[in-house]
Write a protein that binds this ligand. Structure first.
Ligand code: DQQ
Length: 536
């Protein structure tokens, strides 16, 4: 097992052992950030689902607490599934979660802290008359799950939405309540999109179109747009769209119907699912959690004794420049892990070359890189029409170029994170793809290795830029300030510990690249059991 211990990460949240999936009920309370998560206490594969629980002062260093909710009632005996927290104006906390019942019916249950003066929220009470909601007529008993955080309307009624489907149409049911015990179903869906299948872990929240801050879930008004996110069960992808919420009839309409939920933007183009945001009232920001599953085999997970991570929490804001997408960025607290840094200014990378970056160890890094293309204007119109399809070995006029992370000296293992420009239009305007190519990331046979990516919007006055967090077996990559995000799980066998290196590469045929980088070594975070017997 020691052989596999290097795969454990140094600053990403993961349980000490066994299986984790969706983040649940994140909230900030009395000085602590709380995260709950789908957790199997008995094994490194999915099953016996409980709510694991941990707290942090800064979203980076975590202390594990005892399990918060276990399946012990008929209304959740087959699993305490995903749910969300709502902070009421009077200071109370309510948790709504899906219970899988003794008959495998998905119902919604209410739970609340036994003692609100306990900042750790250790003990949870399940409402005695659970469930508070059962599948409505016409909705399948296995298609009714993952209640959102509630928001309140001008009629003083709270609203929640719950993911579902009808045939192949993914949809979001809307309920109103005053006491969180009795609910009336809206006669409209909040939204529905044909062909997208079951919607899991729906998230619904406001973003400010002009202001810098995140918004509390009940905020609305002329300066506000609403984000609707669904995790698509059929494809295991988190999709979102930005639009307008009409509280008069509790419906939501996307700004661009061609980029509706499930057929347009993805929150993250890599390995990422079942994400959820919460409003951090301490720092007036909205923070996004997301689950990263493994890409090795179940046998490997059982052998190593654990599976899955959560991403570094990300702040979410509306992109005020493009006005068509969100920006995701690692919370600023991750910068407290920064140790020494190395800077590189204007490193020229010629077509077909690889340039080593001498930075010492390369397993725990925060990389910020900018790329300029020398003399692009004189190159005329390229003929490529590329995306990430062929990976980093591809060679065309304007790409790919970028960095090679978690690589060994011989380049026998490497994970390219790169841009690829192409001009397909008659006027020669360029489109930019941002990609991660896992195909050569590991010599291990039983690992799924994919090429991920998407178009990244680049405005005419902008340089190409990427931020990359490297943590042993996970790489989180953010292009153009967080417009396009790709999370990868990689399992190198050679490029581990001191053998891991970082390189620049340029596989374009027609352009020189000039790269400037700032690279920080990152410390490990402490993530360990809460020291109940010590003073903090
Ligand atoms: N995971 C939970 C469900 C949810 C799914 C069960 C998404 O509540 O729909 O572990 O990963």
């Amino acid at each position: 097992n020691a052989m596999l211990s290097w795969q454990r990460t140094a600053f990403h949240f993961q349980p000490q052992r066994n299986w984790m999936n969706d983040p649940n009920g994140p909230l900030f309370y009395m000085g602590w950030y709380h995260i709950f998560y789908q957790y199997n206490p008995d094994s490194a594969v999915w099953g016996n689902i409980t709510w694991g629980h941990a707290v942090s002062r800064d979203l980076i260093h975590w202390l594990y607490l005892p399990i918060a909710l276990v399946p012990d009632k008929w209304f959740d005996i087959s699993g305490v599934w995903s749910g969300s927290a709502t902070l009421l104006p009077d200071g109370k906390i309510l948790m709504l979660y899906t219970g899988n019942t003794d008959r495998n019916v998905q119902v919604q249950n209410l739970a609340y802290p036994a003692n609100l003066s306990d900042p750790l929220l250790l003990d949870w009470v399940k409402y005695a008359n659970n469930p508070v909601l059962v599948p409505p007529p016409g909705i399948g008993p296995k298609d009714f799950r993952d209640p959102t955080t509630a928001w309140i309307g001008p009629d003083e009624k709270w609203r929640i939405t719950i993911g579902s489907k009808l045939n192949k149409t993914g949809l979001s049911l809307l309920y109103k309540t005053q006491d969180f015990i009795h609910y009336e179903q809206s006669d409209r869906y909040l939204h529905q999109v044909p062909g997208t299948g079951m919607w899991e872990c729906v998230d619904f929240y406001p973003v400010s179109v002009n202001g810098p801050n995140g918004l509390d879930t009940s905020e609305n008004g002329p300066d506000v747009k609403h984000v609707l996110k669904a995790s698509l069960d059929d494809t295991k992808v988190d999709h979102y769209a930005i639009g307008t919420y009409f509280i008069e009839n509790d419906t939501w309409v996307p700004d661009n119907p061609n980029e509706d939920v499930g057929i347009g933007l993805k929150l993250d183009y890599g390995r990422y699912y079942a994400s959820k945001t919460f409003y951090d009232q301490q720092k007036q920001r909205r923070i996004l959690w997301g689950w990263i599953n493994e890409s090795d085999s179940e046998t490997a997970d059982l052998k190593k004794g654990w599976a899955s991570l959560q991403t570094i929490p990300r702040t979410v804001v509306f992109d005020k420049k493009t006005r068509t997408n969100l920006l995701h960025w690692p919370v600023e607290e991750v910068e407290s892990l920064r140790l020494s840094n190395s800077e590189f200014e204007g490193v020229v990378v010629k077509p077909g070359s690889v340039v080593p970056l001498d930075i010492g160890p390369a397993t725990q890094l925060d990389i910020f890189a900018e790329f300029e293309i020398e003399d692009l204007a004189s190159k005329g119109i390229g003929k490529d029409n590329v995306d990430c399809g062929n990976g980093a070995v591809d060679r065309s006029a304007f790409g790919p170029f970028g960095i090679l992370a978690i690589a060994d000296d011989q380049l026998s293992e490497l994970t390219p994170i790169y841009f690829h420009l192409s001009s397909t239009t008659k006027d020669g305007s360029l489109t930019t793809s941002f990609c991660v190519d896992e195909t050569r990331s590991s010599k291990a046979p039983d690992v799924s290795k994919l090429i991920f990516g998407s178009k990244a919007p680049v405005l005419s006055d902008e340089k190409l830029s990427m931020r990359v967090l490297v943590d042993h077996s996970i790489i989180e990559s953010f292009a153009q300030g967080g417009r396009t995000v790709i999370t990868s799980r990689v399992y190198p066998t050679e490029a581990i510990y001191g053998a891991a290196r970082l390189f620049l590469f340029n596989n374009a045929t027609d352009i020189n690249i000039k790269a400037s980088l700032k690279i920080w070594q990152l410390n490990s975070a402490f993530i360990r059991p809460f020291p109940f017997d010590q003073k903090l």
